[in-house]
Design a protein around this ligand. Structure first.
Ligand SMILES: [Zn+2]
Length: 123
């Protein structure tokens, strides 16, 4: 992120897609020089054009509020969840066939989008 100098985002919010844009990301952070909150929205339009909005101070706050309803998850939340071992949120199933002592067994897992996996059933 950039304001008076370049600095690392404090958190990144991944926003839901809309009619025009996908891969929408909102970075927020505080400028280490002037201390102002800075928000940077980057979104990719369907035709490949990148829309980049960078605002500071009260305008950054307004942008953050405007986007708050579209937040799917945040980077911090995602990192935090990585330390958990149990699947979280939206889950999907995976079946895996393994061999134990020459016999075929079916392992059923519940997985989430954060890389967590839990064995549900061994048939
Ligand atoms: Zn600044």
């Amino acid at each position: 992120m950039r304001h008076c100098c370049k600095f690392k985002a404090d958190d990144i919010y991944y926003l839901s897609e809309n009619d025009l844009y996908n891969s929408r990301k909102l970075s927020i952070g505080f400028c280490p020089i002037c201390g102002k909150p800075v928000a940077e929205l980057i979104e990719y339009r369907f035709d490949g054009v990148i829309n980049r909005i960078s605002l500071a101070g009260i305008e950054a706050n307004d942008l953050m509020l405007k986007c708050s309803k579209e937040i799917v998850y945040s980077m911090k939340e995602c990192n935090y969840l990585r330390f958990k071992t149990k699947p979280y949120g939206w889950k999907y199933g995976i079946n895996k066939v393994i061999r134990i002592n020459g016999k075929e067994k079916l392992k059923q897992y519940a997985c989430d989008f954060y890389g967590n996996k839990e064995l549900i059933k061994l048939i």
